[in-house]
Write a protein that binds this ligand. Structure first.
Ligand code: MTE
Ligand code: MO
Length: 464
């Protein structure tokens, strides 16, 4: 009986992700996962664990923590860890890889919510420029940062007939027209903590108003790459509705095909952010930018694009990034709710700055951003300094014109008011987009258990 065999940790570690026969440990059991890899969509996650324990990976990638997955794994059992290598009957912790050991260093100014995986937002007052500097741009990772080698990186395009076409980074840079798009990325959870301050808590990372940023992204259009791969972008088959993206660490998501092939959709495969090579946290060497859509669809470290009749099967498409009715908190019907794509109109206050000057005549400069999904232009930003009793308009034309066909960038706004008028007052902002959509007055009507798309009026008490 092969399952009575025992293996030393040093022998198991040779069966790593680069070996012909990768093994993993779960508990004290050893599994040969060579045949599993071939047919398993999450295969690359389990591969990352090869040569060691799978648990630290599955703890993060919790979708695998299911009995049915354990049952499959049991079919690959080949033995146990040698008792000589166990401490108190367990595989010692120091022999277990930390999946995050290769994560990059981050700027100290970022406000860190979790560090493994890294979830960190920009301090709102630093969001004071039209283009957000890379160092302070929010980081939202679900897993670790895959450290990729640009020269070896390939993008595989899988067509509807199953045929595949491969592109190197130099193909993508040199063989296609390069586009520069200025676009805002906003996390679906931006401002979730504001929703949680309402009558009920919303689950997830408790972001303030800094899980958003605006940057210049450079790369070829996805549409052009699909056309080059042999796909008829002018007349696609009706049943083909989605483009799926797979990230190198196993994250995945999809967007509607219509967005991907729209020459005015500006979906690009970006290799630069703010004129420089992408940084590891933001997707080096290649990421999708799907402007106007929730940032969860702009897949980082992208290495595979799949044309499909189906949406991505990932938990980030099927679960997580969906909204439900305020009442739907027990067993939301995940199948029925559509995945979030374009986002609603949003605005927030990022800074209230007291001008220099005489105490009695001092002005306060109130600043913030306003943004709407789908490329919808922000047409107005309304400010109240008496908690919504009376209103005025903020100045919005304070930035350069953006690159890109539609309004993919936020508008920053500014409003100056004498300090005497707002001492002890609550300042409120709401914005209106070109479809005359506006924001709800409070969080109750848009409350959802996952705290997605928080967008009620932003209220901040002036407290010098
Ligand atoms: N792509 C990969 N491969 N892995 C991820 O964890 N997170 C998504 C998206 N793309 C993610 C990803 C989410 S939810 C957001 S909000 C944005 O990336 C964050 O992009 P940023 O970290 O560059 O700000
Ligand atoms: Mo996100």
């Amino acid at each position: 009986d092969g399952t009575k065999r025992t293996f030393r940790l040093s022998d198991i570690s040779a069966h790593d992700k680069d070996s012909q026969s990768p093994w993993v440990i779960k508990g004290t059991k050893v599994y040969d996962i060579t045949d599993w890899i071939a047919g398993h969509p999450g295969g690359n996650v389990i591969l990352r664990a090869a040569g060691g324990s799978v648990e630290p990976y599955w703890n993060i990638f919790s979708i695998h923590k299911k009995q049915e997955v354990y049952d499959i794994l049991e079919g690959f059992l080949i033995g146990h860890v040698d008792p000589q290598d166990l401490v108190d009957g367990q595989v010692p912790l120091d022999s277990i890889d930390d999946p995050f050991d290769q994560d990059p260093k981050r700027d100290q100014r970022l406000i860190v919510h979790t560090d493994k995986p890294m979830n960190a937002e920009s301090p709102a007052p630093l969001l004071s420029t039209f283009v957000t500097p890379v160092d302070i741009f929010y980081v939202r990772n679900h897993l670790w940062v895959p450290r990729l080698v640009e020269k070896e990186h390939k993008l595989v395009v899988e067509l509807d007939d199953g045929e595949e076409k491969e592109y190197t980074m130099s193909d993508l840079r040199n063989n296609f027209q390069q586009h520069k798009i200025t676009a805002t990325l906003q996390c679906s959870g931006n401002r979730r903590s504001h929703m949680s301050q309402g009558s009920r808590h919303a689950n997830g990372v408790q972001w303030d108003a800094g899980a958003i940023g605006n940057a210049e992204w450079t790369g070829p259009r996805l549409r052009d790459v699909l056309a080059d791969a042999g796909f008829n972008v002018a007349d696609p088959p009706d049943e083909l509705q989605h483009v799926q993206f797979v990230g190198a660490e196993a994250y995945g998501a999809s967007i509607p095909l219509a967005k991907a092939i729209d020459p005015r959709g500006d979906v690009i495969l970006a290799h630069q952010m703010n004129g420089k090579t992408l940084s590891p946290d933001h997707g080096f060497p290649l990421r999708v930018i799907a402007p106007g859509h929730v940032a969860a669809r702009s897949v980082k470290w992208v290495h595979r694009v799949i044309l499909s009749e189906e949406e991505s099967a990932s938990q980030w498409q099927q679960r997580d990034y969906k909204c439900f009715g305020p009442n739907d908190t027990e067993k939301p019907n995940w199948e029925r709710a559509p995945a979030i794509q374009e986002t609603p109109v949003q605005s927030a206050i990022t800074c209230m700055r007291r001008e220099e000057g005489k105490e009695e005549t001092k002005d306060v400069v109130i600043e913030g951003y306003a943004f709407s999904g789908g490329g919808r232009k922000i047409i107005r930003v309304d400010i109240s300094t008496d908690n919504g009793g009376t209103w005025n308009q903020a100045e919005t034309d304070i930035d350069p014109v953006n690159n890109g066909i539609r309004d993919w960038s936020w508008k920053r706004w500014k409003y100056v008011v004498p300090e005497t008028k707002i001492l002890g007052a609550t300042v409120v902002v709401k914005a209106v987009d070109e479809a005359y959509n506006t924001q709800p007055e409070n969080h109750e009507p848009t409350y959802n258990i996952r705290g997605n798309l928080t967008c009620a009026w932003h209220r901040v008490k002036y407290d010098p």
